[in-house]
Write a protein that binds this ligand. Sequence first.
Ligand code: SAM
Length: 235
Amino acid sequence: MEFKRWKNLGEILPQEVEEFIGSFGKKEEILIEIEEYAKREKVPILLPSSAQLLRLLVSTLKPKKVLEIGTGIGYSTLNIYFANRSSQVTTVDSNRKRLEVARSFFKRAEASIKVVESDGFDFIREELSEGRKYDFIFIDSTKGEYPFFNYKVQALIEPGGMVVFDNVLFRGYVAGRKYERRYERSVALLRLFLNQVKEYPNFRSYLIGVGDGLLVIENLVYNGGGGSEPGFLRD
Ligand SMILES: C[S@@+](CC[C@H](N)C(=O)[O-])C[C@H]1O[C@@H](n2cnc3c(N)ncnc32)[C@H](O)[C@@H]1O
């Protein structure tokens, strides 16, 4: 499921609002080039309001280890990297052609980013079997697959860490906006996913109406001074 972003910037917020947000504030020259490439070559990238929030989260949290599933041509990856250059960023995509483009942008930005060509699920399985964890995970891959990331990301995120999923509101269809019949399955899977996420023990989820809908999941289990002191959720 890929969205025709180059035709319509406004999925939830009106197009002119996204455009205004996109032109607000300072932006690295290479990000503008990637935006132009995406428009020209019809490749989906993060919407401006989502890019801003993602950047704010990373620059505030300063995560040590970041994992991204769904590199595309590297627009979100570079937003993450520029938000905190000392984060170790690993980005995964199964599309070789897009990764080649992303790699060339990373090289030009002199950004040291680990690029992995793999299916996201295979990669996560491998990381879990090696006991590796991340402080921040950004997932922007096939929306219908989100329910299958569920337990895996809970195991992969460090205590106090954060997981962000893009496109969870799917143009507002998930929240009740009218949609065509062909989107029924995707909408149902995203609703299932959001219902599952609400039940994660010791996690708090925030559903943010920017871009195409960002879901921010915070792992509330913190490591206390000498041992682990879980910050359990209380109703
Ligand atoms: C919307 S694009 C990513 C855009 C990118 N995050 C950005 O803002 O520049 C989605 C990407 O996810 C990749 N993808 C989809 N399903 C995947 C999977 N299961 N494993 C790895 N990559 C996947 C696609 O190849 C595609 O490049």
